[in-house]
Design a protein around this ligand. Structure first.
Ligand SMILES: Nc1ncnc2c1ncn2[C@@H]1O[C@H](COP(=O)(O)OP(=O)(O)OP(=O)(O)O)[C@@H](O)[C@H]1O
Ligand SMILES: O=C(O)c1ccc[n+]([C@@H]2O[C@H](COP(=O)([O-])O)[C@@H](O)[C@H]2O)c1
Length: 201
């Protein structure tokens, strides 16, 4: 399980944004900047997935997606990484197992758009994820209500941190989660692919 060492130090609050990034777009940038500010994070790592386990169709080649993501996301606090391919994981729970043991003392927070919270209970070992790291959820067009009524949200209602206390999230003990609104960026990778803005040749 060798990987290029990530530049993280104990005590840092580090957001993890997993995604296909097929391709990366302004919505991802916007989510990341909002998360840095609202959750008081020191760093965000984009974990460019080798392939979402729930999606049947494979994405564009990993190196293409990483290169494009690095072009789009230019902020010294953000690192675009192919960590999952390096360590051979594609399930989030497994990725977190590796990260938590390799970087003790780092305060990881798993970030996601509200659409992902809605189907979060279908992820492999989803309750292990919630028990491993705090979860920071950012609103996305059309998904606020269904996300807040999702199975995970209902089951873990008591562990929700109010948006006004979002800066406590990285310092809270899991299970904990926080739902933060942000100005909507109505863009998606699906839309870009359908408009021919991204070719997977
Ligand atoms: N416009 C957006 N606003 C807020 N969150 C977003 C936005 N676009 C993507 N996200 C979030 O970013 C993460 C990674 O997204 P992903 O790479 O799947 O992009 P996507 O646009 O959702 O792709 P696709 O359309 O192929 O499903 C997910 O947690 C997703 O919820
Ligand atoms: O671990 C799982 O079972 C799982 C199921 C669906 C999605 N994920 C992760 O969620 C992130 C968002 O995926 P995607 O394809 O919607 O961009 C990405 O890091 C995936 O690996 C993880």
């Amino acid at each position: 399980m060798h990987h290029a060492r990530l530049p993280l130090r104990p005590g840092m609050a580090v957001g993890l944004l997993g995604g296909s990034f097929d391709p990366a777009h302004d919505g991802h940038v916007h989510l990341t900047k909002t998360a840095l500010t609202r959750f008081g994070l020191d760093r965000v790592i984009w974990l460019v997935s080798p392939g979402n386990p729930l999606k049947a169709k494979g994405p564009a080649p990993l190196s293409t997606r990483v290169t494009h993501a690095r072009d789009i996301m230019q902020d010294p606090r953000v690192l675009v990484s192919d960590f999952e391919a390096q360590v051979g994981t594609r399930y989030t729970a497994a990725t977190l197992d590796v990260l938590l043991s390799a970087y003790p003392g780092v305060r990881f927070v798993w970030l996601m758009g509200a659409d992902n919270l809605q189907q979060f209970h279908r992820w492999d070992r989803w309750e292990d994820i919630l028990n491993a790291v705090p979860l920071g959820v950012l609103a996305r067009p059309g998904w606020r209500q269904s996300a807040l009524h999702s199975r995970a949200a209902r089951q873990y209602r008591a562990c929700r941190i109010h948006a006004q206390a979002a800066r406590l999230l990285a310092h809270s003990s899991p299970p904990s989660w926080c739902f933060v609104n942000m100005p909507m960026t109505p863009v998606s990778s699906t839309q870009i692919r359908e408009n021919g803005g991204w070719t997977t040749a």
